[in-house]
Design a binder for this molecule. Sequence first.
Ligand code: PRP
Ligand code: URA
Length: 209
Amino acid sequence: MKNVFVFDHPLIQHKVSLLRDKNTIPKEFRELVSEISMLMGYEVTRNVQLKEVEIETPVGIAKTNVISGKKLGIVPILRAGLGMVEGMLSLLPMARVGHIGMYREHETLQPVEYYCKLPEDAAEREIIVVDPMLATGGSASTAISFIKQRGVKKIIFMCIIASNLGIERICKDHPDVKVYCAAVDEKLNDRGYIIPGLGDAGDRLYGTK
Ligand code: PRP
Ligand code: URA
C-alpha cells in the first residue's frame, strides 16, 4: 500500500521487541515508547520544508538551511498516545499539541470520544496523530475525521504496532493520510487486541492493570 511506511531500522526493531516483552515494567515501557517515537519522528519529518538563511559563524557567513516555520501539530489519542508526545516534542519543540480523548467500548469495540482540544489554528497546521496501537482502526479513523472537520488538510498517522485490518481501514477511510508504523501484526483476538502485539498499551504505560 503506497501510503503505508513500516520502519525497519534496527534500533526501532530492537526497542519494539523490548516493548512487546510482558516483563517490561511501566517505567521502561514509557522510556521505550518515547525513544521509539523520537526515532520514528526523525524519519516522519524527513520532508519538513526548509528555507535558506545566512548565518554568521565566528569566521564567515554560511548559507545554510533551517526549518521554514511551517506549522506543525501533534495530536495524541488519549490515553496511550500521550506516551509518544515527549519523544516527538524533543524533535519538534515548536509544535503545538492537541488532545483527543477516545476509548473503545468493550463489547462493540466502537470508539467513544470524551475529549477534544486542538490548537486554535489547527486548520493551518500539518497534524501528526500519534497512538501506539492501530487495531480495528476505529479510534484512529474517528480521530482523523474529527481533525478533518476542523479544516485540517494535511494529516499523518504514526503508531508503533499496527494490524493489517487497521491499516486497511485507514487506507479506505482516509486515502490522503500517510500511515507510519514500526511493526505490522497479523491478527486481532476476539477482544480486539493485536496478536501478538504488546497487550493494552495504556495499561502498560501507566500500570493500571
Ligand atoms: C487503545 C489504543 C488505541 C485503540 C486502538 O486505546 O491506544 O487508541 O485502543 O484500537 P482500535 O484501533 O481498535 O480503535 P484504548 O481504547 O484501550 O484506550 P486507552 O488508551 O484509554 O487505554
Ligand atoms: N489497544 C491496545 O492497547 N492494544 C491492542 O492490542 C489493541 C488495542
